[in-house]
Ligand binder design. Structure first.
Ligand SMILES: [Zn+2]
Ligand SMILES: [Zn+2]
Length: 256
C-alpha cells in the first residue's frame, strides 16, 4: 500500500519526519510522500513564513534518513493556488518536488456572507470555478476536492468535527452536480492531474469516483495524516481502486 499525503511537524503534523518514516516502514507501506503545507498566502498555517531554504533542508533531511529504508519516500508539498489555478511556488521549488498536491484551502470570495449560511450558492459557485481552474493548472494532484471544504468563512464555532463532515457532504450533494463533475474530469484528463482519494474523510462520493474513472482520470491515494494513528490507513482507497478499476498516480522522483 501507498500513502501520498502525510504531514510532519515541519507544518502542522504532530511528529517529525523520522517518526513518520519509521512508522511507515513498520506498517509495511511500499511508498509514502511527505507533503507538508507550504503556502505563503495562507494565514491559517503555522508555517506560513517557512522559507524555501528551510523546505530544501527538510527535503534533504528526509532523503538522507530514508536512504536504505524498506519504504520508498517521496518529498513534496501541499499548497493552494490563486483563483486562476496558478501555483504560488517558485520554479525552483516546483522542480524539486516529487509531488505537488494543490488543495482548495481557501476561495477568493470577497462578498459578505452570513454566519452559518453554509449553503450559500454564490460562494460554492466561486469554489467550483476555482476548482475547475485548479484542475486545469499545474501540480500533480488535486487534493481533497470534496473533503475539508473551506467552510471557515461561515464560522464553525458551534460545530464538531462530525457535524462539519456532515455539512460538507450536504454541500457536495447540493452543489457539485454531474455537469460540474464531468467538466472537472475533462480538465483533469487534459492536464494529466490526478484526483485525490482522501482517506481521512472518505471522499469523494462514489458516484464521483465512478464518473471520473469512466473519463480516464487517474487517482492518488492519501491519508492526510497529521497524527500517526491514520498514517498509511488507506484501505478505503484500495477498496475503491478494486471496485472501479482505477488507474493510480505514481510520483516521479526529482533530483535535488
Ligand atoms: Zn489540505
Ligand atoms: Zn493535508
Amino acid at each position: 500500500m501507498v500513502d501520498y499525503h502525510i504531514h510532519t511537524n515541519f507544518s502542522d503534523g504532530e511528529v517529525d519526519y523520522k517518526t513518520v518514516i519509521d512508522l511507515a516502514a513498520k506498517k509495511g507501506l511500499e511508498a509514502i510522500a511527505i507533503t507538508d503545507h507550504f503556502d505563503k498566502n495562507d494565514s491559517n498555517l503555522r508555517n506560513q513564513f517557512a522559507t524555501e531554504e528551510e523546505l530544501l533542508k527538510h527535503f534533504s533531511n528526509i532523503k538522507e534518513y530514508a536512504a536504505g529504508k524498506p519504504v520508498k519516500v517521496f518529498c513534496g508539498v501541499e499548497t493552494c493556488t490563486d483563483f486562476d489555478g496558478r501555483l504560488n511556488l517558485s520554479e525552483r521549488i516546483q522542480k524539486i518536488c516529487d509531488v505537488i498536491i494543490t488543495s482548495p484551502h481557501y476561495v477568493e470570495y470577497d462578498a459578505h456572507v452570513e454566519q452559518e449560511d453554509y449553503f450559500n450558492k454564490a460562494y460554492w459557485d466561486a469554489y467550483k470555478q476555482k476548482l475547475l481552474h485548479m484542475a486545469a493548472g499545474k501540480g500533480d494532484v488535486l487534493g481533497h476536492p470534496e473533503g475539508y471544504l473551506p467552510i471557515g468563512k461561515f464560522g464553525t464555532g458551534n460545530t464538531t468535527y462530525e457535524s462539519r463532515q456532515k455539512i460538507c457532504r450536504e454541500i457536495c450533494e447540493r452543489f457539485f452536480d454531474r455537469d460540474f463533475i464531468d467538466e472537472l474530469g475533462n480538465r483533469l484528463v487534459k492536464s494529466q492531474k490526478s484526483y485525490e482519494l482522501h482517506c481521512a474523510t472518505f471522499t469523494p462520493r462514489e458516484t464521483v469516483i465512478s464518473r471520473l474513472a469512466e473519463k480516464g482520470v487517474t487517482f492518488s491515494i492519501g491519508s492526510d495524516a497529521h497524527a500517526m494513528n491514520i498514517l498509511g490507513e488507506t484501505e478505503w482507497a484500495y477498496k475503491m481502486v478494486r471496485k472501479y478499476n482505477l488507474i493510480l498516480y505514481q510520483p516521479e522522483e526529482k533530483t535535488m
